[in-house]
Design a protein. Sequence first.
Length: 451
Amino acid sequence: MLDNLPPNRSNPVLSVTELNQVVRGLLESQLPLTWVAGEISNLTRAASGHIYFTLKDPGGQVRCTIWRNKAQLLGFRPENGQKVEARALATLYEARGDYQLNVETLRLAGQGRLFERFLELKARLEQEGLFRPETKRPLPAFPRRIAIVTSPQAAALRDVLTTLARRAPQVALALFPTPVQGEGAAPQIAQALAQASAAGPDLIILCRGGGSMEDLWAFNDEAVARAIRACIPPVVSGIGHETDFTIADFAADLRAPTPTSAAEQACPDRQALATRLENLARGLRRPLENRLRQWEQRLDNLAARLPSPGRQLATRRERLDELAQRLVRARRQHQETRLRQLQHLAYRLDHQRPELGARREAMDILALRLGHAWQQRQQHWAGRLQQAAQGLRQLDPHAVLARGYAMVFDAAGQAVRDAGELNSGDRLQVVLARGEAQVQVTQVAPPREAQ
């Protein structure tokens, strides 16, 4: 005790503050964290979140404090009259000199023995390899059918159904009812898990709301753990509050801190997926739009280099109009030039017109001479014509035809002079002195000289 006194005092006289500091040091150093059992009374919850109460038994009592950060981790709500076990550090509140316990955690009485059984079963199953990470089955990314194993009256079921309806209304749900606490609940939970697995869902959710260790004890059963590992689809456990751990949580393929969290981790949020798809579509659309703009720019450049057919046609039309105007001007100029030439010739003709009287007498003389010469010439040519007519009559082919000869023409109307030009089957036209005949060649004989 003297070691805790203030230094440099041969005959110490302690102030109250110093005394309380010494006593506090002695309590905290000599009495570490320990479990203390008793009944809760005079419980007060401060607005700051701290909890103050008295822990008593028939022989005494002690004031206790649970600070807010520790109170938030309790798995149940402390109430007056509850038999509890507190893991606490004995200390002294120096301002008032009150001896008290600073509680680290609190559990209902009797949970210590249950916790030992929990640890023994966990160690045995863990040593057996039932909880190995490599045996965990992966959850399907997009489950279509989910089986829920819980009590129909459990509040956890409403939380799971509400969450799934909000996140994935397209998923088909099937409930496999079972008691989740009480005597005989564990084998019924194992049987419901087997039935759910046999129904062929993509995923199984095993859930229950919060409670004491006794309330959750059915999920610390070996049969439940083995039933979870025997399921074909993966199993997600959502049992109790965030601080509650059961054997079923270690056996499950995924442990969720609450039933609501189990539903959230069982299937993706449809709205989040839609947002992700929109982001992916936007990410795909952006390079596609950039590529389209590049091709549009390239097309514009090529279009600028390629003359427009309409522009070419307009240019040709302008050129044609220009040529038409030039043709009209050239024709007009040509007509004007010819008209001037004609006027000039008419002027010259008018000034060079001969004397008509002298010319008429000369014309009369020439007409007499022409008449006389014409008569002589006519007589001469009449004789010559008669001789030519006589020669023509002798050469007239029709005259020859009258003597029994004929003219032969092929299909093209050409006269046939050589039998070697004919083939068997050719059609010929035979002209006689009187009439014509159509014949067909049946045989071609060689010329008599060849024979």
